[in-house]
Design a protein around this ligand. Structure first.
Ligand code: 5RP
Length: 233
């Protein structure tokens, strides 16, 4: 099974096991979360699922839901009331504590707001995302108010990180997030304590949010190339 097939498999499996009619759902962003969204759309179209209220974590996900006819709300909508039954999302890396790095697609801010407002949290990944530790491999995204680019860079360097400004593709200059901020992608020389570092980075003035997700114990669905899906929680 190739990586794309693993992404499709894990998303579908999580939906089949966890999603029930009537749920308020947070829907994640990226190439692994979108197949899960598409499966929810297909089950709604068949009538197997009913009365789903969805909160998207990005423009990408909102557009996909619009195409599929999945009813969209915001976390602030009266029908949602700021809390969700379940969020399903992808991740860039997952460690043995089930701590994650997210934000490779630049949507970490709403992904974290949505995750932390959910009673249950599922992460869908393929086996390539399972790592022994976080922070030295896949770069940790940090969303920053543009005025604080240099001061935050210095502060992150002071925490032992190498810092790279995320540049646009087919757009000159930095990536601007859906909330008007820039992204700094950082790598540590030594693996940090992700839970402590999640808090430490957010204490720097000008940091909006960072991509360590450590305050939840997700159910992780990890697809393997032999066609199996391992469930860790
Ligand atoms: C977007 C994310 C994604 O969930 C993460 O980057 C994984 O994406 P993909 O499934 O495409 O590898 O956090 O901000």
């Amino acid at each position: 099974m190739d990586q794309q097939q693993m992404k499709e498999l894990t998303g579908r499996r999580a939906v089949e096991i966890l999603v029930k009619s009537g749920m308020k759902l947070g829907l994640g962003t990226g190439s692994t979360a979108i197949p899960a969204v598409r499966h929810i759309g297909a089950l709604l179209a068949r009538g197997t699922l009913q009365d789903i209220l969805a909160v998207p974590t990005s423009f990408q996900t909102a557009i996909e839901c619009e195409k599929l006819g999945i009813p969209l709300f915001s976390l602030n909508s009266r029908e949602i009331g700021g809390s969700l039954d379940l969020t399903i999302d992808g991740a860039d890396e997952v460690d043995p504590n089930l701590y994650c790095i997210k934000g490779g697609g630049g949507a970490l801010l709403v992904e974290k707001i949505t995750a932390y407002a959910s009673r249950a949290y599922a992460i869908v990944v393929d086996e390539t995302k399972l790592t022994a530790n976080l922070g030295t491999g896949f770069p940790l995204p940090v969303e920053v108010v543009s005025e604080a680019r240099v001061t935050v860079t210095r502060a992150l360097e002071g925490l032992g990180a190498k810092v790279v400004l995320r540049e646009g593709v087919r757009k000159a200059g930095p990536v601007i997030t859906e909330h008007g901020n820039i992204l700094l992608d950082i790598r540590f020389r030594e693996p940090p304590d992700p839970a402590a570092m999640e808090n430490e980075i957010n204490r720097i003035p000008g940091v909006v949010e960072n991509g360590f997700f450590t305050r939840l114990r997700p159910t992780v669905f990890a697809a393997h190339s032999d066609g199996s899906v391992e469930v860790r929680n």
